[in-house]
Design a protein around this ligand. Sequence first.
Ligand code: GLA
Length: 386
Amino acid sequence: MKSLHSAVAGAFIAQFKTTPTLVRAPARINLIGEHVDYNEGFVLPAAIDREMVFGIAPSGHDRCNIYALDQGEGISFSIFDLNAGHTWVNYLMGVLDGFQRRGAPVHGVDCVFGGNIPAGAGLSSSAALCCGFAFALNELFQCNLAKWELATIAQYAEHEFVGLQCGIMDQYAILFGESESALLLDCRALTHEVVPVNLLGHALLLVDSKVKHSLAATAYNDRRQTCEEGVRLLHQKDKTVTSLRDVSAVMLYEHQDLLGEERFIKCLYVVEEIKRTQAAASHLKSNQLSCLGNLMYQTHWGLSRSYEVSCPELDFLVSLAEDEKKWVLGARMMGGGFGGCTINIVDSSYVSIFEEKVLHQYFATFKKEPDFYLVNLVGGASRLEL
Ligand code: GLA
C-alpha cells in the first residue's frame, strides 16, 4: 500500500509542485444481505484492504484540475460548470454538485488519484472514488459534514450523474468500515452495529469471474423498480407498508395474485434475504461460521433463480465451491450481479488447492482465467500521513 501512497503523492508533487493532503477510501465486500439496501433491509458489508488514494489541495480558484493516474488522463473544469459527460469525471462532478446543493463551501481543487481496486469486479471502485473525493473535500474545506452525509452525497452522484439508482450500502461501508469487523447496517435507520469477524482459520477469498455485463445498470434499476411496484400494491392493502422491510412472507403469499408472479418472486427473495441477514449476523456473533456459510449458499441461489441477477459463470463458481463444502463453508455472488466476484469462506489450509481447481475448471469451461483476491477487513476512509 505504501508504494501506492507514494506513487500518488509523487505524481501530485511532480504535477502541481506543492505537497498534497492524502486521503484513502477502501473497497468493500458484503458477507450477506444482497439487493436489500434499497428495500430498507439489513446488510453485512465490510471495508477491505484495496483502496483508492487521493492527493489533493485547493487550486486557489474555481477550477478543478484532476489527473487519473491509472487511466493516464487529466481534465480541467470549473466547479460552476458541472456537466456530466466523461466516464470517471461524472462521479467527481456529482460529488461537487452534491456539496453545492447542501450549501457546503467547496472550491476548485488540484487532485491526483489512483488505486488498486479492480474495476467492474463488484468491489465498489466507483463508490470508493466518490466517497474518497467527498471525504477529501470535507477535510480540505472544513465543511464539517458527518460521514452519513458524505455517504448520501456519494450516493447522489451515482443517482444523478451516473444513472445507477444504487442503495447506500457501499458508501456506508467505505466510510464507516472498522478493522477485522463487518457492519450490520440497518438501511432504514441508517445506523449500524460493528460485528467482529473471527474467521477461525478461514480466509475470505474473492474469485473474480472477469465477466462485465454492459446492461448491469439497467437491470439493477429494473429490479429496484419491481420492488417499488410491489410496495405500492401492498400499500393499497395495508397503509403501514412503506418498503419491503414492512412485509412478511405470509403477506406476500396472501397477495400473490395482486402482485403477479414476477413481482411476487422478486419481493419474496428480498423479504427472505432480510431475515437471512439478521440470522447470519447472529451466527457470526456466536462464531458459527458454517451456519453463516449455509445462508450464503442460499442467498446465491435466491439471487440466481428468483432475483435473476447472476450469470452462468458466477453459478459455476458457486457450484464448484459447494462441491467442496467441507472446506468452503460458504460462497455466493456479491454485489449488484451479472458478473464480478464471488465471495468464499475457505479453510486457510485449502486456499491454494481450491484456487488451482477453480482456475483449471473455470478455464476449461469458459476459456477465461479468474483472478483471486485474499482480503482483510480494514477501517473506513481516512486521511494518510505523508
Ligand atoms: C450495488 C449497489 C448497492 C447494493 C448492491 C446489491 O453494489 O451499489 O447499493 O444494492 O449492488 O446488494
